[in-house]
Design a protein around this ligand. Sequence first.
Ligand code: 4AD
Ligand code: MG
Length: 474
Amino acid sequence: VVDIKGGESEGLDSLGQVLTVRGWVRTLRVQSSVTFIEVNDGSCLSNMQCVIDSDAEGYDQVESGLITTGASVCVEGLVVPSQGKKQKIELKIQKLVTIGKSDPSFPIQKKKVTREFLRSKAHLRPRTNTFGAVARVRNALAYATHKFFQENGFVWVASPIITASDCEGAGEQFCVTTLIPSSKEAMDSPADAIPKTENGLIDWSQDFFEKPAFLTVSGQLNGETYATALTDVYTFGPTFRAENSNTSRHLAEFWMIEPELAFADLNDDMACATAYLQYVVKHVLENCKEDMDFFNNWIEKGIIDRLSDVVEKSFVRMTYTDAVELLLKSKKKFEFPVKWGCDLQSEHERYITEEAYNGCPVIITDYPKDIKAFYMRLNDDGKTVAAMDMLVPRVGELIGGSQREERLDYLENRIDELKLSKESLWWYLDLRRYGTVPHAGFGLGFERLVQFATGIDNIRDTIPFPRAPGSAEF
Ligand code: 4AD
Ligand code: MG
């Protein structure tokens, strides 16, 4: 790998070497004496500029029009200094081989294409600068996530994708059933292939799991079982929500990072969330320089300064009650009016972090119990719970977490109040019966983190194959 732009030398230390580059043609410029072929293999943003003249082996492929945007090629040549301003080196081609030609209908030509258009070409969009850069930064964030938790003694736990419980209690689950007969006919008409009772209802006793099963909305409850055995754990996997919200911050399938800390309270939880975010942001600033410069120039001016501040400054902390007061005092006209007890909307969250605190992340704590999930620990006031949400500019809520209710009697009361089923949560209640401990955790939406770190404004452009209402192609 020759580090063309990312490294200090911009490739100069490979001058004089003979290299083989395999990649895809981005552009072809035919001039009277020479032809330039820009090749990209996805290892970095910059293309390798390759120059070919008529005596090189394989030049006939240029003449016959075989080399076009999108084609895959293998080029062999000598690294020489470049005359151009854009790069320090280029490859003087000695041998050119077309591996796969590209049909003229290749939809991503040099002309500027919109991100909406590229969403309909999700199979080809990683070949663009923007999506290549997003993929590399997303990868770096995932790597830094494991690195952070591993260095701090957390154990990674696989939480199940299929589950019988609804962690958040919001009824936003996708249901999983078996198709019998499992055949092409069943795929064509799934409704007919689901086992049914005489009166036409789904016959769960005949179904694979013998009761209703769902795609998980959160791995938290499973994470808690391992935290109360291994102390500090985290999950990192796909989660699913059938929220019918067609927004730029919601996906039906998204990845979540959920640490769970035993012998810990809400303060420990907030400290962990802050250290984690600062660590991963610092990691991409240090390791993805070329891609971050690209985002800074083309996607969000000033993103590097914004992220550098996040690494250095301490985050604001305030209670929900104070946040409501701040919103009531602001002169801003909100679409949703604010009063104590209401859930904060994205416009409120963004006002707090973007305007009231000038882009600094804000952690809001102690929300009313009625707008939060059953498992959160009741505060002494009897009205609020030990919850925390971290709000960041552009995204709003990046993290949601809490100290968990570790007291069996309080938890049972809350389950009853919300008319949830103690029977199906028997295993979760057992954790409070056998050696309960104070514990806390949080969930971070990985695609929202990618939005935050790249400046990409629509969440559908942060995951390779977005799942949203009405879209599950590819
Ligand atoms: O606030 P949420 O619903 O919290 C939980 O699921 C807890 N069980 C987490 C925990 O304490 N272990 O979701 C956590 C985060 C949100 O802050 C948001 O970043 C992200 O998950 N998120 C979504 N991201 C994309 N699309 C959606 N539909 C999302 N819903 C939540
Ligand atoms: Mg939340």
